[in-house]
Design a protein around this ligand. Structure first.
Ligand code: FAD
Ligand code: MG
Length: 560
């Protein structure tokens, strides 16, 4: 806490009046990442403030302290309105832009009336000041005779004006902290106040030592330059850019999606989590075979009649499915639908399908039989009964999509877990070196077998311990070899770790079908691929093998 206060004071000290609200806000950690848009927004708000002051110019005598307070309230109202429309938490901007040219007006010995007679000059100030407000504002200020007594009065007026902003900023911060973090809110409030103190001390110091006369052009320029340097450096005094974790769990694609991100700004984090959920929901809406009106369900129903055009999301998944089919020598085949339906793992069929039924379903399977028009992005089924099932690909693909969206929002720390399809962002969570992911023992799924530390990697596991059906006392998994038409029994569990969640999803299924020959092939081509294969044969040794760099320093304990 003390460090926060010291930093905040120093940051505040290096800040200059007029940016008080802005700096306090950044100390409150609100502005992190937004400062880039600050200039254009401050122009907007500066003009808004300028226009407003222009309109009320005859009603408000800025020489009167209480009028500052009144205008402070008006400025807060403008900022809340903008905040409400999500323009920008602009409490700080409205505030200090006004401070700046109110100071100019006031230090013109309150010749508000005179100045307001030349509206053009005045409006120019209102628009110009926010552009590069610190040096410009300060040079404008320095054009007037700084008198110490007046400056002190000015500061008190600033404080009065600033009060509504300060109260609101601190209340805003307090409200946004959960009760458990009330201590944080106190330290942030104290940080805020020490930043203000730092600004006031800086203001007095600068004024005291450089009382500027109209003629001292060089001094004025140096003042502006010095202030600009101070303003820029004060950015580095932000100490409360605490990263906090924010999580959102929701059901999606027949499982639970757990999103966790680390961010400095609560409202941003919540917005990003909700947006991620919308993205996930929109993918499910399009590609779920459990939704009769989804784009994929409609394609499955109609693509035997005529070529069906694919929207980008579906097309991307189809292209990925094609690559997966080729990489896995046909073991991974999204046209698997008729066989999945026949073996009905979900509806727990109780007797074995007949050989004829399997042969008939196999007729309706085979990615190479699809008629795909790359040009027009259409797909046609050779006959009725084909059914595309993205069950082993889209979850991983969707996780990558969310990771891509988080990167767009400059979120670099986070974890996405869609029913075991996991992606860890590239930067570790605060005070950690990686994301610790537990991998179950497929022979005893209630137990964790190992924990891997990942960064910028996905992980997926295909196993026969969650989705299977028992027929005549034998376990049949939900993963089927499209070439034989039978559920495979090559492995009990396959875990894949790779920088793409989609390919983890695909390869865990493909290797589950194809086994070690495919691993040998893949591990030669894909350098950053890591695989763990477990198989407990009816008789003999349990296969408990790892492939790839990751396992070099990670013990793979024997399986009990
Ligand atoms: P994985 O090994 O990743 O995939 C196995 C699944 O892939 C099988 O279930 C089958 O669908 C398919 N498959 C089998 N063999 C092969 C093969 N050789 N090649 C390619 N694919 C094969 N489940 C629900 O219960 N309710 C839902 O509402 C629901 N909605 C979903 C919506 C979407 C968009 C997606 C992608 C999945 C949805 N699911 C839903 C889950 C889906 O039905 C599968 O059970 C799930 O994706 C299996 O994933 P896994 O990681 O357990 O196994
Ligand atoms: Mg999978």
């Amino acid at each position: 806490m003390t460090l926060t206060l010291i930093y905040s004071f120093l940051a505040g000290f290096s800040e200059l009046f007029g940016l008080l609200g802005y700096h306090a806000w950044s100390v409150l950690g609100k502005v992190a990442g937004e400062s880039s848009s600050i200039l254009n927004i401050s122009v907007l708000l500066g003009v808004l403030n300028g226009l407003l002051l222009f309109v009320v110019r005859n009603k408000v005598n800025v020489a009167k302290p209480m009028h500052y307070f009144g205008y402070g309230l008006v400025s807060v109202a403008i900022s809340i309105l903008l905040d409400y429309f999500g323009l920008i938490p602009g409490l700080r901007i409205g505030g200090f832009i006004f401070l700046l040219f109110a100071a100019v007006l006031y230090l013109q010995n309150g010749s508000f009336e005179e100045l307001s007679k030349s509206p053009v000059l005045w409006l120019v100030i209102a628009c110009l000041a926010p552009l590069v407000y610190v040096p410009v504002g300060l040079i404008l200020l320095s054009l007037v005779q700084f008198e110490f007594k007046k400056s002190r009065q000015l500061l008190l007026n600033f404080a009065l004006f600033q009060m509504p902003l300060s109260i609101l900023a601190v209340v805003n911060e307090m409200l946004s902290f959960e009760v458990i973090e009330a201590v944080d809110a106190v330290s942030v409030a104290l940080a805020y106040l020490s930043a203000c103190l730092g600004v006031y001390v800086a203001f007095f110091g600068i004024l005291k030592f450089i009382s500027i006369r109209r003629s001292d052009i060089l001094k004025q320029l140096l003042t502006g330059l010095g202030c600009f340097v101070l303003f820029v450096t004060s950015r580095y005094g932000d100490v409360t850019k605490d990263l906090k974790s924010y999580a959102l769990n929701f059901s999606s694609m027949g499982t639970i999606c757990e999103l966790t991100i680390w961010a400095t700004n609560k409202s941003d984090a919540e917005r990003i989590l909700l947006k991620s959920r919308e993205l996930m929901d929109s993918i499910e809406e399009r590609l779920s075979t459990y939704k009769p009106k989804s784009e994929l369900s409609i394609l499955n129903k109609t693509a035997h009649l005529k070529p069906v055009a694919c929207e980008p999301v579906l097309w991307e998944n189809l292209q990925l499915a094609k690559a997966a089919y080729e990489v896995s020598n046909g073991a991974f085949d999204v046209t698997i639908g008729p066989l999945v339906k026949l073996w009905g793992v979900k509806r727990k069929r109780s007797e074995l399908p007949s050989k004829d039924e399997i042969a008939a379903a196999k007729e309706l399977v085979g990615f190479s039989k699809l008629i795909i028009d790359e040009e027009n992005r259409t797909v046609k089924f050779p006959k009725e009964g084909f059914k595309i099932d993205f069950g082993a690909l889209t979850k991983g693909w969707a996780v990558d999509k969310i990771a891509g969206y988080l990167a767009q929002e400059s979120i670099s720390q986070g974890l996405i877990n869609l029913g075991g399809n996991i992606y860890c962002l590239a930067e570790a969570p605060p005070k950690k070196d990686s994301y610790k992911i537990g991998i179950k023992n497929p022979l005893k799924p209630e137990k964790l077998h190992m924990t891997v530390g990942l960064l910028g990697q996905g992980v997926a596991t295909s196993g026969n311990y969650e989705q299977f059906t028992m027929i005549d006392g034998k376990r049949f998994t939900h993963i089927i070899d499209p070439r034989t038409g039978y559920p495979v029994n090559t492995a009990d569990g396959v875990s894949v770790i790779y920088p793409s969640a989609a390919w983890c999803d695909i390869l865990s299924t493909a290797i589950f079908v194809e086994g070690e020959p495919l691993i040998e092939e893949l591990i030669k081509t894909y350098r950053s691929l890591n695989i763990w294969l477990v198989k407990k044969p009816e008789s003999g040794e349990v296969i408990n093998k790892t492939y790839g760099e990751l396992w070099r320093d990670l013990p793979n304990p024997p399986l009990e």
